[in-house]
Design a protein around this ligand. Structure first.
Ligand SMILES: Cc1ncc(COP(=O)(O)O)c(C=O)c1O
Length: 164
C-alpha cells in the first residue's frame, strides 16, 4: 500500500520507513523493526532522539507559548539565553546570533550578510560544496545535475568557484 501518496518525494529512492517511535540512538518503525539511526535528523537530534532534558525544555516552553513572532519583534527568553550562551563561547566580536530553521536558511543569511556588509555582489564557492536546496544556496552548490531542473538559478556570473 502506498501510504505516502500525499507527501512530496525529495529524492528518487526514499527509505520509506514509517516511524512509530524514536528514542536515543534508535528509531522504530510501525512494524516494530528497530534501527540504529546514524543520521540523527541530520544532526538535529544530536543528543539522541527525545533526550529527556530536551523534551522537558520543549514542554516547559510549550506551556508558556508556542510560535509567537519572528524577525526579532518579540523577545523570547529561551532564544535570549541561547544567544547569550553562544556569545560566551565565541570570540568577543561574534556576539550576535540570527536564528534560522535550517542549514540552507543559514547559508542564505550568510550570502545576504556578505553582500550587505561588503557592498559587493560576487560570491566564491568551492567545487564539490553542498549548501542546501533553496535558490541561493543551491546556486553556490556544486552538483550541476541536481541544479539543471531549476536553471536559471542565481546568475552564474555573480559567483566564482574555487577548487577545494
Ligand atoms: C554542509 C551542508 N550545508 C547545508 C545543508 C542544508 O541544510 P538543511 O538541509 O538544514 O537546509 C546541509 C544539509 O545536509 C549540509 O550538509
Amino acid at each position: 500500500m502506498y501510504l505516502h501518496k500525499n507527501l512530496a518525494d525529495t529524492n528518487q529512492h526514499p527509505y520509506r520507513i514509517d516511524i512509530a517511535k524514536a528514542e536515543g540512538i534508535y528509531v522504530v518503525d510501525t512494524s516494530g523493526k528497530k534501527y540504529i539511526d546514524f543520521i540523527s535528523g541530520i544532526s538535529v537530534s544530536n543528543l539522541g532522539h527525545r533526550h529527556p532534558k530536551v523534551v522537558a525544555a520543549i514542554k516547559e516552553q510549550l506551556d508558556r507559548y508556542m510560535h509567537v513572532m519572528v524577525f526579532g519583534e518579540f523577545y523570547q527568553e529561551p532564544q535570549i539565553n541561547l544567544a547569550k550562551k553562544l556569545a560566551s563561547v565565541l570570540p568577543e566580536n561574534l556576539n550576535t546570533t540570527y536564528f534560522v530553521n535550517s542549514g540552507t536558511e543559514a547559508n542564505e543569511a550568510a550570502l545576504k550578510l556578505a553582500k550587505r556588509y561588503t557592498g559587493r555582489s560576487k560570491i566564491i564557492s568551492c567545487k564539490g560544496a553542498y549548501h542546501g536546496n533553496t535558490h541561493g544556496s543551491m546556486s553556490v552548490s556544486y552538483n550541476e545535475t541536481k541544479k539543471n531542473t531549476f536553471q536559471t538559478l542565481v546568475t552564474k556570473r555573480s559567483f566564482y568557484r574555487i577548487q577545494q
